[in-house]
Ligand binder design. Sequence first.
Ligand code: ATP
Length: 366
Amino acid sequence: DEEPSSAQESVAVSVRSLSKVFGSGASAFRALDDVSVEIRQNEFFTLLGPSGCGKTTLLRLIAGFEQPSSGEILLDGEDLSARPPYQRPVNTVFQNYALFPHMTVTENISFGLEMLGRPKDEIKSVTAEMLRLVRLEAMADRRITQISGGQQQRVALARALAPKPKVLLLDEPLSALDLQLRKDMQLELKRLQTDTGITFVFVTHDQDEALTMSDRIAVMNGGEILQIGSPRDIYDKPQHRFVAGFIGEINLLPAVSMGEGEHSIAGVGLLRSDDVTALPNGAAATLAVRPERITLSKPSTASLPGVISNVVYHGTDTIFHFRLADGLEMRARSQNNTAQSRSFAKGDDIGWSVDASSVSVLADDP
Ligand code: ATP
């Protein structure tokens, strides 16, 4: 709801009706289909989706490594189509880092600045600044082969940040790291983005990574963006089946709209949702409920009936599987320090309820 002028100012990358078709004729493949998105200045923006959904293609189009089949990309309001990759104020960090193994950390970081013909003094001071930024001062004179994978990742980041691009594109940069290092680097990347104020466009297929680091996430599938929102929006208010299923665990319940937020689940009962949709009475709807939002109780008129079919202990929490009269399997999750986590066993008749604010009504996928 911002003023048009200020909204314009705060957009770093504007992608408009972008499509990319690889090949031609019968073998043509539409990797991106009419994608539009505005990435804001100083934002950590993530493209999230399964393998083959078009994330890397979108990144490569922004970088200029590929040309769009149609549509346009604007950076700070300027159409980029005539600019080759090296003339775009954009830099990329690749999955495999692409460092020079025979050079030192310092030489790797300063390489790009030298290619750009920056003055010697500047190269020296910026390289020192970058070494500090990624906390590698002590490794400055080591060769790439003499540092760890996590340290190599930092060098790759420092090298990409050194020319101070307006936008940094990151293509699954953490995927080669083991889990603990990856978690550390997630926080580190977020810190780097905040400290430098550079717009980050980050590609991943890892939903946890996306939720942890992003200001906003675009969820992609089949060459399209299905939903754009904050991590909280995407998790709590999924608008598509695909988005709901791809991010975290969720229960999907086929239902029929009864109007005014009331939905009937055949053979089970009524479930309310605050998600006010324009569905007419009698229309089929899919309700989505996160397992941690379900409250289990003894059977009662205030709850819907179910039978516990399995109890799975997970250390920090317990997952209760329960079956509805129509055969549907549901899951409820409770933390192991709560009374609910100890109260139910396989075969128990239970009641379950969920607040109307935690029930989403999903659109069918395009
Ligand atoms: P991943 O996580 O596996 O890298 P992605 O979401 O990044 O997946 P893209 O690399 O963007 O996916 O690829 C999208 C689709 O376009 C894939 O089906 C891929 O096979 C196809 N594709 C990508 N590049 C080309 C190309 N140069 N020629 C033909 N098809 C391509």
